[in-house]
Design a protein around this ligand. Structure first.
Ligand SMILES: [Zn+2]
Length: 472
Protein backbone atom coordinates (compact mmCIF):
# COMPACT_ATOMS: atom_id res chain seq x y z
CA UNK A 1 0.00 0.00 0.00
CA UNK A 2 1.44 3.36 -0.96
CA UNK A 3 1.07 6.04 1.64
CA UNK A 4 1.52 9.71 0.81
CA UNK A 5 2.30 10.31 4.49
CA UNK A 6 5.17 7.80 4.35
CA UNK A 7 6.46 9.56 1.24
CA UNK A 8 6.31 12.90 3.09
CA UNK A 9 8.23 11.38 6.04
CA UNK A 10 10.97 10.13 3.72
CA UNK A 11 11.30 13.48 1.97
CA UNK A 12 11.53 15.39 5.22
CA UNK A 13 13.70 12.98 7.15
CA UNK A 14 16.86 15.15 7.30
CA UNK A 15 14.84 17.97 8.86
CA UNK A 16 13.14 15.57 11.31
CA UNK A 17 16.58 14.42 12.44
CA UNK A 18 17.88 17.96 12.94
CA UNK A 19 14.83 18.83 14.99
CA UNK A 20 15.38 15.76 17.17
CA UNK A 21 18.96 16.89 17.79
CA UNK A 22 17.69 20.27 18.98
CA UNK A 23 15.37 18.53 21.47
CA UNK A 24 18.23 16.32 22.67
CA UNK A 25 20.35 19.39 23.43
CA UNK A 26 17.94 20.34 26.21
CA UNK A 27 19.25 18.63 29.39
CA UNK A 28 15.85 17.69 30.80
CA UNK A 29 17.13 15.54 33.67
CA UNK A 30 14.03 15.17 35.81
CA UNK A 31 15.68 14.05 39.03
CA UNK A 32 18.06 17.04 39.36
CA UNK A 33 16.52 20.27 40.72
CA UNK A 34 18.99 22.41 38.74
CA UNK A 35 17.41 21.10 35.50
CA UNK A 36 13.83 22.03 36.43
CA UNK A 37 13.87 24.89 33.91
CA UNK A 38 15.25 22.59 31.20
CA UNK A 39 12.42 20.13 31.77
CA UNK A 40 9.89 22.92 31.30
CA UNK A 41 11.73 24.10 28.20
CA UNK A 42 11.54 20.60 26.64
CA UNK A 43 7.80 20.52 27.42
CA UNK A 44 7.32 23.94 25.82
CA UNK A 45 9.23 22.89 22.69
CA UNK A 46 6.96 19.85 22.32
CA UNK A 47 3.76 21.82 22.86
CA UNK A 48 4.86 24.42 20.30
CA UNK A 49 5.77 21.74 17.76
CA UNK A 50 2.44 19.93 18.25
CA UNK A 51 0.66 23.23 17.51
CA UNK A 52 2.87 23.91 14.49
CA UNK A 53 2.09 20.55 12.86
CA UNK A 54 -1.66 21.08 13.23
CA UNK A 55 -2.57 19.45 16.51
CA UNK A 56 -5.01 21.46 18.59
CA UNK A 57 -5.43 22.53 22.22
CA UNK A 58 -1.72 22.02 22.88
CA UNK A 59 -0.91 23.07 26.42
CA UNK A 60 1.13 22.28 29.47
CA UNK A 61 -0.74 20.69 32.36
CA UNK A 62 0.89 21.63 35.65
CA UNK A 63 1.65 18.95 38.23
CA UNK A 64 3.45 19.06 41.59
CA UNK A 65 6.61 18.30 39.56
CA UNK A 66 7.36 18.73 35.87
CA UNK A 67 4.46 19.59 33.54
CA UNK A 68 2.54 17.23 31.26
CA UNK A 69 2.12 18.11 27.59
CA UNK A 70 -1.33 17.64 26.07
CA UNK A 71 -2.67 18.12 22.54
CA UNK A 72 -5.45 16.60 20.46
CA UNK A 73 -6.97 16.33 17.01
CA UNK A 74 -10.54 15.03 17.13
CA UNK A 75 -12.00 15.63 13.69
CA UNK A 76 -12.20 12.04 12.44
CA UNK A 77 -15.74 10.71 12.41
CA UNK A 78 -17.13 9.09 15.50
CA UNK A 79 -17.32 9.88 19.13
CA UNK A 80 -14.02 9.81 20.97
CA UNK A 81 -13.96 6.97 23.42
CA UNK A 82 -17.14 5.29 22.21
CA UNK A 83 -16.71 1.52 22.53
CA UNK A 84 -15.38 -0.26 19.46
CA UNK A 85 -18.26 -2.71 19.58
CA UNK A 86 -19.62 -4.50 16.54
CA UNK A 87 -22.45 -1.96 16.35
CA UNK A 88 -20.06 0.96 16.47
CA UNK A 89 -17.83 -0.65 13.85
CA UNK A 90 -20.70 -1.01 11.42
CA UNK A 91 -22.06 2.51 11.94
CA UNK A 92 -20.81 4.59 9.05
CA UNK A 93 -17.40 6.13 9.47
CA UNK A 94 -16.78 5.43 13.14
CA UNK A 95 -13.15 6.10 13.95
CA UNK A 96 -11.32 5.16 17.14
CA UNK A 97 -9.35 7.56 19.32
CA UNK A 98 -5.69 6.95 20.11
CA UNK A 99 -3.84 8.32 23.11
CA UNK A 100 -0.13 8.82 22.38
CA UNK A 101 2.20 8.49 25.35
CA UNK A 102 5.92 9.16 25.75
CA UNK A 103 8.23 11.09 28.08
CA UNK A 104 10.54 14.04 27.54
CA UNK A 105 12.60 13.68 30.72
CA UNK A 106 15.91 11.83 30.77
CA UNK A 107 18.20 10.07 33.23
CA UNK A 108 21.28 11.77 34.72
CA UNK A 109 24.51 11.41 32.74
CA UNK A 110 27.04 10.25 35.31
CA UNK A 111 29.67 8.84 34.99
CA UNK A 112 30.32 11.67 32.56
CA UNK A 113 33.90 10.67 31.67
CA UNK A 114 32.70 7.42 30.09
CA UNK A 115 30.81 9.24 27.31
CA UNK A 116 32.63 9.27 23.96
CA UNK A 117 30.80 12.47 22.96
CA UNK A 118 29.09 14.83 25.43
CA UNK A 119 25.59 13.58 26.41
CA UNK A 120 23.78 16.77 25.38
CA UNK A 121 25.68 17.33 22.13
CA UNK A 122 24.07 14.76 19.79
CA UNK A 123 26.57 13.09 17.49
CA UNK A 124 26.07 10.63 14.61
CA UNK A 125 28.46 7.68 14.61
CA UNK A 126 28.15 4.22 12.96
CA UNK A 127 24.54 4.71 11.94
CA UNK A 128 23.52 5.77 15.43
CA UNK A 129 22.62 9.03 17.10
CA UNK A 130 24.44 9.33 20.44
CA UNK A 131 22.91 11.51 23.18
CA UNK A 132 21.20 11.15 26.54
CA UNK A 133 17.51 10.58 25.80
CA UNK A 134 18.06 9.60 22.15
CA UNK A 135 16.35 6.21 22.58
CA UNK A 136 14.75 6.78 26.01
CA UNK A 137 12.58 8.50 25.13
CA UNK A 138 12.93 11.72 23.12
CA UNK A 139 13.78 9.93 19.87
CA UNK A 140 10.64 7.84 20.19
CA UNK A 141 8.49 10.82 21.21
CA UNK A 142 9.81 12.69 18.19
CA UNK A 143 8.95 9.69 15.97
CA UNK A 144 5.36 9.98 17.24
CA UNK A 145 5.22 13.71 16.59
CA UNK A 146 6.76 13.35 13.14
CA UNK A 147 4.35 10.52 12.32
CA UNK A 148 1.48 12.87 13.13
CA UNK A 149 3.08 15.68 11.14
CA UNK A 150 3.50 13.41 8.10
CA UNK A 151 -0.16 12.38 8.17
CA UNK A 152 -1.45 15.92 8.71
CA UNK A 153 0.84 17.49 6.11
CA UNK A 154 0.21 14.84 3.45
CA UNK A 155 -3.56 14.44 3.93
CA UNK A 156 -4.73 17.53 5.81
CA UNK A 157 -6.22 15.21 8.43
CA UNK A 158 -5.57 12.15 10.56
CA UNK A 159 -7.08 8.70 9.86
CA UNK A 160 -8.46 8.58 13.41
CA UNK A 161 -8.76 10.83 16.46
CA UNK A 162 -5.58 11.42 18.40
CA UNK A 163 -4.77 12.76 21.82
CA UNK A 164 -1.18 13.23 22.94
CA UNK A 165 -0.09 13.04 26.57
CA UNK A 166 3.63 13.39 27.32
CA UNK A 167 5.19 13.46 30.76
CA UNK A 168 8.41 14.76 32.28
CA UNK A 169 8.69 12.52 35.32
CA UNK A 170 8.91 9.00 33.89
CA UNK A 171 12.45 8.55 35.21
CA UNK A 172 11.44 9.68 38.72
CA UNK A 173 8.32 7.64 39.35
CA UNK A 174 5.69 9.44 37.24
CA UNK A 175 3.69 10.82 40.16
CA UNK A 176 2.14 13.70 38.23
CA UNK A 177 0.77 11.68 35.32
CA UNK A 178 -0.41 8.91 37.63
CA UNK A 179 -2.47 11.37 39.63
CA UNK A 180 -3.81 13.01 36.45
CA UNK A 181 -4.83 9.67 34.89
CA UNK A 182 -6.38 8.45 38.15
CA UNK A 183 -8.66 11.53 38.11
CA UNK A 184 -10.07 10.15 34.82
CA UNK A 185 -10.23 13.50 32.99
CA UNK A 186 -12.60 13.67 30.01
CA UNK A 187 -9.73 14.79 27.80
CA UNK A 188 -8.11 11.37 28.08
CA UNK A 189 -11.10 9.44 26.74
CA UNK A 190 -9.68 7.11 24.10
CA UNK A 191 -9.94 3.57 22.76
CA UNK A 192 -6.29 2.58 23.03
CA UNK A 193 -2.93 4.02 23.95
CA UNK A 194 0.14 4.05 21.74
CA UNK A 195 3.11 3.82 24.08
CA UNK A 196 6.51 4.35 22.45
CA UNK A 197 9.05 3.65 25.18
CA UNK A 198 10.18 0.09 24.49
CA UNK A 199 12.62 -1.67 22.18
CA UNK A 200 12.86 -4.19 19.36
CA UNK A 201 13.86 -7.63 20.52
CA UNK A 202 16.68 -7.69 17.97
CA UNK A 203 17.81 -5.35 15.17
CA UNK A 204 15.31 -5.40 12.29
CA UNK A 205 12.78 -7.53 14.17
CA UNK A 206 9.42 -5.77 14.63
CA UNK A 207 8.33 -6.19 18.20
CA UNK A 208 5.32 -5.47 20.34
CA UNK A 209 5.73 -5.58 24.08
CA UNK A 210 2.72 -7.16 25.80
CA UNK A 211 3.85 -7.50 29.39
CA UNK A 212 5.67 -5.35 31.91
CA UNK A 213 6.99 -5.97 35.36
CA UNK A 214 5.78 -3.71 38.12
CA UNK A 215 7.98 -2.30 40.83
CA UNK A 216 8.18 -1.14 44.39
CA UNK A 217 11.12 1.11 45.22
CA UNK A 218 11.92 1.46 48.90
CA UNK A 219 14.32 2.81 51.47
CA UNK A 220 15.33 0.60 54.36
CA UNK A 221 16.69 2.60 57.28
CA UNK A 222 18.44 1.06 60.28
CA UNK A 223 19.09 3.20 63.38
CA UNK A 224 21.34 2.22 66.29
CA UNK A 225 22.88 4.61 68.84
CA UNK A 226 21.46 8.09 69.43
CA UNK A 227 24.48 9.63 67.66
CA UNK A 228 27.69 8.60 65.88
CA UNK A 229 30.12 6.93 68.31
CA UNK A 230 33.90 6.24 68.59
CA UNK A 231 34.49 2.61 67.56
CA UNK A 232 37.30 2.21 70.09
CA UNK A 233 35.33 3.41 73.08
CA UNK A 234 32.00 1.83 72.13
CA UNK A 235 32.80 -0.89 69.55
CA UNK A 236 31.64 -4.24 70.91
CA UNK A 237 28.81 -2.78 72.94
CA UNK A 238 27.06 -0.34 70.59
CA UNK A 239 25.02 -1.69 67.67
CA UNK A 240 26.44 -1.02 64.19
CA UNK A 241 23.59 -0.18 61.77
CA UNK A 242 25.67 -1.00 58.69
CA UNK A 243 26.39 -4.52 59.92
CA UNK A 244 22.74 -4.94 60.90
CA UNK A 245 21.65 -3.64 57.49
CA UNK A 246 23.96 -6.11 55.72
CA UNK A 247 22.55 -8.93 57.85
CA UNK A 248 18.99 -7.97 56.92
CA UNK A 249 19.81 -7.66 53.22
CA UNK A 250 21.55 -11.03 53.20
CA UNK A 251 18.39 -12.66 54.53
CA UNK A 252 16.16 -11.25 51.77
CA UNK A 253 17.56 -13.29 48.89
CA UNK A 254 19.65 -16.46 48.77
CA UNK A 255 22.69 -17.15 46.60
CA UNK A 256 20.49 -18.91 44.01
CA UNK A 257 18.48 -15.76 43.37
CA UNK A 258 15.47 -16.95 45.35
CA UNK A 259 13.72 -14.23 47.34
CA UNK A 260 13.21 -15.41 50.91
CA UNK A 261 10.28 -13.21 51.89
CA UNK A 262 7.53 -15.69 52.91
CA UNK A 263 4.58 -15.68 50.49
CA UNK A 264 6.35 -13.48 47.94
CA UNK A 265 5.81 -15.90 45.04
CA UNK A 266 2.31 -17.05 46.00
CA UNK A 267 0.18 -15.05 43.53
CA UNK A 268 2.38 -15.19 40.43
CA UNK A 269 0.59 -16.09 37.18
CA UNK A 270 3.07 -18.10 35.14
CA UNK A 271 3.29 -17.58 31.36
CA UNK A 272 1.26 -20.05 29.28
CA UNK A 273 3.03 -22.98 27.60
CA UNK A 274 2.36 -21.24 24.23
CA UNK A 275 4.00 -18.02 25.38
CA UNK A 276 7.00 -19.91 26.73
CA UNK A 277 7.30 -21.81 23.44
CA UNK A 278 7.28 -18.49 21.52
CA UNK A 279 10.02 -17.15 23.79
CA UNK A 280 12.15 -20.21 23.11
CA UNK A 281 11.96 -19.50 19.38
CA UNK A 282 13.25 -15.92 19.75
CA UNK A 283 16.77 -15.20 18.49
CA UNK A 284 18.38 -15.14 21.93
CA UNK A 285 21.60 -16.71 23.13
CA UNK A 286 22.20 -16.61 26.87
CA UNK A 287 25.99 -16.86 26.54
CA UNK A 288 26.05 -14.04 23.98
CA UNK A 289 23.86 -11.97 26.28
CA UNK A 290 26.22 -12.65 29.19
CA UNK A 291 29.24 -11.48 27.21
CA UNK A 292 27.87 -8.52 25.25
CA UNK A 293 25.19 -7.09 27.51
CA UNK A 294 26.08 -8.08 31.08
CA UNK A 295 29.82 -8.64 30.91
CA UNK A 296 30.04 -10.67 34.12
CA UNK A 297 31.82 -13.98 34.78
CA UNK A 298 28.54 -15.88 35.01
CA UNK A 299 24.85 -15.06 35.07
CA UNK A 300 23.06 -15.44 38.36
CA UNK A 301 19.50 -16.15 39.41
CA UNK A 302 17.07 -19.02 39.54
CA UNK A 303 18.73 -21.77 37.56
CA UNK A 304 15.49 -23.58 36.70
CA UNK A 305 14.28 -20.59 34.68
CA UNK A 306 15.69 -19.31 31.38
CA UNK A 307 17.13 -15.79 31.28
CA UNK A 308 14.03 -14.51 29.47
CA UNK A 309 11.79 -16.08 32.11
CA UNK A 310 13.95 -14.67 34.89
CA UNK A 311 13.86 -11.14 33.46
CA UNK A 312 10.26 -11.11 32.15
CA UNK A 313 8.23 -13.41 34.33
CA UNK A 314 9.98 -13.69 37.71
CA UNK A 315 10.21 -11.05 40.44
CA UNK A 316 13.53 -9.57 41.56
CA UNK A 317 15.02 -7.90 44.59
CA UNK A 318 17.94 -5.51 44.09
CA UNK A 319 19.97 -3.12 46.21
CA UNK A 320 20.83 0.14 44.46
CA UNK A 321 22.97 1.94 46.99
CA UNK A 322 23.90 2.23 50.64
CA UNK A 323 24.63 5.88 51.38
CA UNK A 324 25.92 7.12 54.73
CA UNK A 325 28.67 6.45 57.24
CA UNK A 326 32.26 7.39 56.51
CA UNK A 327 33.25 7.15 52.83
CA UNK A 328 36.10 9.66 52.60
CA UNK A 329 39.82 8.95 52.06
CA UNK A 330 41.76 7.43 54.93
CA UNK A 331 40.26 6.17 58.17
CA UNK A 332 37.67 7.47 60.54
CA UNK A 333 36.81 5.16 63.41
CA UNK A 334 33.14 5.86 63.63
CA UNK A 335 30.13 3.72 64.45
CA UNK A 336 27.46 5.53 62.41
CA UNK A 337 24.13 6.13 64.09
CA UNK A 338 22.20 5.05 61.03
CA UNK A 339 22.45 3.25 57.70
CA UNK A 340 20.13 3.31 54.71
CA UNK A 341 19.76 1.01 51.70
CA UNK A 342 17.81 1.70 48.53
CA UNK A 343 16.01 -1.55 47.74
CA UNK A 344 13.62 -2.30 44.90
CA UNK A 345 11.59 -5.27 43.80
CA UNK A 346 10.30 -5.92 40.29
CA UNK A 347 6.91 -7.63 40.33
CA UNK A 348 5.24 -9.85 37.74
CA UNK A 349 1.60 -10.39 36.71
CA UNK A 350 -0.50 -11.72 39.55
CA UNK A 351 1.44 -9.79 42.19
CA UNK A 352 0.30 -6.42 43.58
CA UNK A 353 2.50 -3.62 44.88
CA UNK A 354 0.45 -3.32 48.09
CA UNK A 355 0.82 -6.97 49.06
CA UNK A 356 4.48 -7.23 48.01
CA UNK A 357 5.35 -4.16 50.10
CA UNK A 358 3.43 -5.43 53.13
CA UNK A 359 5.16 -8.84 52.97
CA UNK A 360 8.60 -7.25 52.58
CA UNK A 361 8.07 -4.71 55.38
CA UNK A 362 6.73 -7.34 57.75
CA UNK A 363 9.65 -9.68 57.04
CA UNK A 364 12.28 -6.95 57.50
CA UNK A 365 10.77 -6.02 60.87
CA UNK A 366 10.75 -9.66 61.87
CA UNK A 367 14.40 -10.38 60.97
CA UNK A 368 15.92 -7.10 62.22
CA UNK A 369 18.72 -7.86 64.73
CA UNK A 370 18.53 -6.63 68.31
CA UNK A 371 19.75 -3.15 69.22
CA UNK A 372 18.52 -1.38 66.08
CA UNK A 373 15.26 0.11 64.87
CA UNK A 374 14.24 -0.40 61.26
CA UNK A 375 12.01 1.73 59.11
CA UNK A 376 10.86 0.70 55.63
CA UNK A 377 9.64 3.50 53.37
CA UNK A 378 7.89 3.17 50.02
CA UNK A 379 9.31 5.64 47.48
CA UNK A 380 7.33 4.66 44.41
CA UNK A 381 5.17 1.84 43.13
CA UNK A 382 3.81 0.63 39.79
CA UNK A 383 1.66 -2.42 39.10
CA UNK A 384 2.72 -5.16 36.66
CA UNK A 385 0.57 -5.62 33.57
CA UNK A 386 -0.22 -7.98 30.73
CA UNK A 387 -1.91 -6.87 27.47
CA UNK A 388 -4.23 -9.35 25.70
CA UNK A 389 -2.67 -9.98 22.28
CA UNK A 390 -6.09 -10.55 20.75
CA UNK A 391 -7.40 -7.00 20.23
CA UNK A 392 -8.04 -4.96 17.06
CA UNK A 393 -5.31 -2.42 17.77
CA UNK A 394 -2.60 -5.01 18.35
CA UNK A 395 -3.69 -6.68 15.09
CA UNK A 396 -3.56 -3.35 13.20
CA UNK A 397 -0.09 -2.70 14.64
CA UNK A 398 1.06 -6.15 13.53
CA UNK A 399 -0.08 -5.50 9.94
CA UNK A 400 1.65 -2.12 9.84
CA UNK A 401 4.90 -3.48 11.26
CA UNK A 402 4.96 -6.37 8.83
CA UNK A 403 4.68 -3.96 5.91
CA UNK A 404 7.34 -1.53 7.14
CA UNK A 405 9.88 -4.06 8.44
CA UNK A 406 9.09 -6.98 6.10
CA UNK A 407 8.86 -9.48 8.96
CA UNK A 408 6.29 -11.01 11.30
CA UNK A 409 5.98 -9.26 14.66
CA UNK A 410 7.27 -10.98 17.78
CA UNK A 411 5.43 -10.55 21.06
CA UNK A 412 7.70 -10.09 24.02
CA UNK A 413 7.55 -8.86 27.57
CA UNK A 414 9.84 -6.38 29.23
CA UNK A 415 11.58 -6.72 32.55
CA UNK A 416 11.24 -2.98 32.99
CA UNK A 417 8.31 -1.07 34.35
CA UNK A 418 6.12 1.52 32.62
CA UNK A 419 3.61 2.17 35.41
CA UNK A 420 1.45 4.37 33.19
CA UNK A 421 0.45 1.34 31.10
CA UNK A 422 -1.11 -0.23 34.19
CA UNK A 423 -2.80 3.09 35.00
CA UNK A 424 -4.28 3.37 31.49
CA UNK A 425 -5.69 -0.11 31.91
CA UNK A 426 -6.97 0.32 35.47
CA UNK A 427 -8.33 3.88 35.37
CA UNK A 428 -9.22 4.41 31.71
CA UNK A 429 -10.03 0.81 30.73
CA UNK A 430 -7.87 1.08 27.65
CA UNK A 431 -5.34 -1.36 26.22
CA UNK A 432 -1.87 -0.13 25.30
CA UNK A 433 -0.01 -0.92 22.11
CA UNK A 434 3.61 -0.83 23.23
CA UNK A 435 5.35 -0.16 19.94
CA UNK A 436 8.91 0.92 20.58
CA UNK A 437 12.01 1.26 18.42
CA UNK A 438 14.97 1.14 20.80
CA UNK A 439 17.52 -1.68 20.64
CA UNK A 440 18.77 -3.88 23.50
CA UNK A 441 22.26 -2.31 23.30
CA UNK A 442 21.10 1.33 23.24
CA UNK A 443 22.70 1.99 26.67
CA UNK A 444 19.61 3.64 28.06
CA UNK A 445 20.25 4.96 31.60
CA UNK A 446 24.00 4.45 30.93
CA UNK A 447 26.87 6.32 29.26
CA UNK A 448 26.80 6.52 25.43
CA UNK A 449 23.06 6.17 25.03
CA UNK A 450 22.20 5.92 21.34
CA UNK A 451 19.26 5.60 18.96
CA UNK A 452 19.74 3.63 15.75
CA UNK A 453 19.08 6.10 12.92
CA UNK A 454 17.29 3.50 10.79
CA UNK A 455 14.95 2.80 13.69
CA UNK A 456 14.06 6.47 13.97
CA UNK A 457 13.17 6.46 10.26
CA UNK A 458 11.24 3.18 10.26
CA UNK A 459 9.68 4.09 13.60
CA UNK A 460 8.04 7.14 12.04
CA UNK A 461 6.82 5.04 9.10
CA UNK A 462 5.51 2.35 11.45
CA UNK A 463 3.51 4.90 13.43
CA UNK A 464 2.09 6.40 10.21
CA UNK A 465 1.05 3.02 8.86
CA UNK A 466 -0.29 1.87 12.23
CA UNK A 467 -2.63 4.87 12.43
CA UNK A 468 -3.74 4.30 8.85
CA UNK A 469 -4.47 0.64 9.61
CA UNK A 470 -6.19 1.38 12.93
CA UNK A 471 -8.35 4.03 11.24
CA UNK A 472 -9.42 1.86 8.31
ZN1 LIG B 1 11.69 5.59 28.96
Amino acid sequence: MSSTAVAYARQNHPRFLNELKALLRIPSVSTLPEHKGDCRRAAEVLAAELTRIGMEHARLIETAGHPLVYADWLHAAGKPGAPASAAADSSAGWKPTALFYGHYDVQPTDPLDEWVSPPFEPEERNGNLYARGSADDKGQVWAQVKGLESLLAANGKLPLNVRVLLEGEEEVGGEGIARFVASKPAELKADFALVSDTELFAPGLPTLCVGLRGMIYTELEVRGAKSDLHSGMYGGAAPNPFVSLAQILAKLKDENGHILIPGFYDDIIAPSPEELAAWRSLPFDEEQYRITEVGSRTLVGEASYSVLERTWARPTLDVHGIPGGFTGAGAKTVIPAKAVAKVSMRLVPGMTTAKAFALYKGFVEQIAPGGVDVEVRLISAGEPCLIPVDNTYVRAATRALKEVWGKETVFIRSGGSIPIVGDFDRHLGMPSVMMGFGLPDDNIHAPNEKFHLKNFELGIESIVRFLEEAGR
